[in-house]
Design a protein around this ligand. Sequence first.
Ligand code: NI
Length: 184
Amino acid sequence: MRQLAITTYGMHILRKKTKPVKDIDDSVINLVRDMFYTMDKASGIGLAAPQVNLEVSLAVIDLSGIEEHKGDKPLVLINPEVIDSHGLVTMEEGCLSIPDVRAEVERPEEIHLRFYDFDMNEVDLELKGFKARVAMHEIDHLNGKLFIDYLSEDIKKLIKKDLQLIKKGKVETDYPLLIHSETA
Ligand code: NI
C-alpha cells in the first residue's frame, strides 16, 4: 500500500466533475487500498479520488475510529449519487484538502444513496446523521464541490487568508500534500 499525497485547495482537479468507474480492475482495487491507507495515515474519515489527484467517481469512508461509530463497516462508494434527502442539520466540517479550516455547514439529515459495490451491483442505502454528512461531503468532491462553497460571504471573507496560504503551500500537515504552485 502506498501513502498518496493529497491535493489541496487551488488545484483544478478539485473543481472537476469525475468520470464514472466502468469496471473493477486491479488498478481500481489497488486504488481503493491506497486510499484507505492514505486516509488512515492522515486521520481522515472520508477521502475522494480527486483528493489523490484522480478524476474518477470513487470515494472511501471509515468512521470506525470515532467512539460512537466503532462498529461501523468502512464504505467504498463507486459512482455514488444522492437520490433523495430529508431534513436539514448544521454541523462543523473540515477537509483534508483544506487543512486547518473548519466551518459550520448546513446539509440534509438523511439521504437515500445509490452507488455500486465491488461486484458492480447497484446498492441502495439510507444514511442519516454524521455518516450521511460524510457521504455528501465526499460525493460533492466527485462533482467538483467543496464544503467552503456553502459558506456565507461573511464567513468566506474570514477564511480567505487561510485559503490563500493553502494555495501557496504555506500550511503544515502530518500527511504529504500536493500544492497548486507546484502543479500550475
Ligand atoms: Ni473533503
